[in-house]
Design a protein around this ligand. Structure first.
Ligand code: FAD
Ligand code: SF4
Length: 463
């Protein structure tokens, strides 16, 4: 008999007023009993609607059935057949708009906690199974991957399994892309990402860090002089957008990208052990309403700011951030200032002292279908802050485009790539992930890496 409880088994977590002072993981995960209890809520539906909602088609009812029987390693192995980073996806995928949004249990009550179960299976595997992956026989054919985010890592892993000699070139000193430098430790522990990267190395993938494509080498050189038969570009969307308002060059104004990189990759929160301090002061304003803004706000709180404001020009309903992250941020004491838009950043002696904003109201829907925010005349007001973090979006860095002859891009900078294969305008060069779509999600980037790996294999074989 399935467990007909209407709600998911609750996920244990650190209380908001405790966790907002540390960088340890917010949710601590199910134990075995909880995992089995949640798994028995699954009805093992014949038509598997949940699978249709998953971009990489994880065999959801099959793995959950194993979980319900307490066969956690078997469950993990089923997930692994289609998802190369389950511990990551179980933590950061927006399941509520993907697999869980299609779950029939969600019609009357809460959906099955598919993400939580996926996370449990992956964590169980990491804790109990010390698998040494066997290195596949190498066919000696060289393929280069630019960027080591989820798109690049997935593409590299799939190609290595097919026997290719894969080299990943990463601009930063650490591999992992946004998983390492963007998403904070308290949502995605870095040890987990590094374990996944270790398993790729066991497959024979060579990861070269501090290698910036377009500076250290060009794609043309890789293919014409260094013998690479194909190249995959998974360089992400790391170029921050700014608001273009007065005061953006004051001390104390950061792009979310810089702010989070300093904290995650350079461990600013461990200062003075690590030499990358960030002073947030007493109050910080984070401008934006996406996951990036939530992460920056929650980091600012943990760095000691008493007042942390999310400033967003639309209403909460339009905020693109995951609902779960908004709840977590509120629990941690972040103050939400909705329908508020910055007009200038105010400074004293070169440093931020406040942010001037206007109230907004929602007008007619714009091209995105969301109601357009319109400024309310005479509503200017100043919020006293010491730090401003701008989290209003990122686009692909133009470096690769500007150093690669014949690589076509869209007007906003995304690389033109075929949806079915990832093929670009240059023969043998493929692309995927945020570099093609603009800022999106981990699972979509992984899906693109997977698609491109299969297409590269076919291309090299001349099929
Ligand atoms: P990236 O992860 O950006 O990786 C690209 C890599 O390429 C980087 O390591 C970069 O250094 C490297 N690179 C760039 N240029 C070069 C070059 N010229 N030469 C060599 N290397 C280069 N998604 C979710 O699904 N859930 C979330 O909760 C979530 N939260 C997020 C929070 C933050 C703060 C951010 C920034 C993003 C978040 N995302 C989330 C989005 C998700 O992380 C991205 O969509 C995903 O990482 C894109 O993967 P990618 O491999 O295309 O690019
Ligand atoms: Fe289980 Fe929900 Fe998928 Fe049905 S839709 S198989 S209940 S997870």
């Amino acid at each position: 008999m399935p467990n007909m409880a209407l709600e998911k088994v609750k996920m244990p977590e650190q209380p908001g007023d405790v966790r907002n002072k540390n960088f340890k993981e917010v949710t601590t995960g199910y134990d075995e009993k909880m995992a089995i209890e949640e798994a028995t809520r699954c009805l093992n539906c014949k038509h598997k609607p949940c699978v249709g909602g998953c971009p990489v088609k994880v065999r959801i009812p099959e793995f959950i059935e194993k979980m319900a029987q307490g066969e956690f390693e078997e469950a993990y192995q089923i997930i692994k057949t289609t998802n190369s980073l389950p511990a990551v996806c179980g933590r950061v995928c927006p399941q509520e708009t993907q697999c869980e949004s299609k779950c029939v249990r969600g019609i009357k009550g809460e959906s099955v906690g598919i993400g939580r179960l996926e996370r449990f299976a992956a964590d169980y595997h990491m804790a109990h199974v010390n698998d040494k992956l066997e290195k596949p026989e190498c066919n000696g054919i060289k393929v280069a991957v630019i960027g080591s985010g989820p798109a690049g890592l997935t593409c590299a892993g799939d190609l290595a399994k097919l026997g290719y000699k894969v080299t990943v070139f990463e601009a930063f000193h650490v591999a992992g892309g946004v998983l390492m430098y963007g998403i904070p430790q308290f949502r995605l522990p870095k040890e987990i990402v590094q374990k996944e990267i270790e398993s790729l190395k066991q497959l024979g993938v060579d990861i070269q860090t501090n290698m910036v494509a377009g500076r250290a080498f060009s794609i043309e050189e890789l293919m014409n002089e260094q013998g690479y038969k194909a190249v995959f570009i998974g360089s992400g969307a790391g170029l921050p957008s700014f608001m273009k308002i007065p005061g953006e060059n004051l001390n104390g104004v950061y792009s979310a990208n810089e702010f989070l990189t300093r904290i995650n990759l350079m461990k600013a929160y461990k200062f003075p052990d690590y030499d990358t301090p960030i002073k947030v002061g007493k109050s910080a304003a984070i401008v934006g309403g996406g996951n990036v803004a939530m992460d920056a706000a929650r980091c600012a709180k943990r760095l000691g700011a008493e007042n942390v404001y999310i400033i967003y020009r639309r209403s909460e309903k339009e905020m693109p951030a995951r609902l779960e992250e908004v709840h977590h941020a509120k629990d941690e004491g972040i103050i939400f200032k909705m329908l508020t838009n910055p007009t200038q950043i105010i400074g004293e002696e070169g440093c931020v002292s406040g942010i001037e904003c206007v109230d907004m109201e929602l007008g007619e829907p714009d091209a995105s279908g969301r109601r357009r925010p319109v400024a309310v005349k005479g509503s200017e007001h100043i919020i006293d802050v010491d730090t401003v973090v701008i989290a209003i979006g990122q686009s692909p860095n133009p470096l690769i485009k500007s150093t690669t002859k014949g690589l076509e891009t869209k007007p906003w900078g995304g690389i033109e790539a075929d949806e079915e294969t990832g093929a670009t305008s240059i023969k043998g060069v493929f692309a995927g992930g945020d570099a093609v779509t603009g800022a999106a999600t981990v699972i979509l980037a992984m899906g693109a890496g997977k698609t491109a790996a299969a297409a590269i294999d076919k291309y090299i074989k001349g099929e």
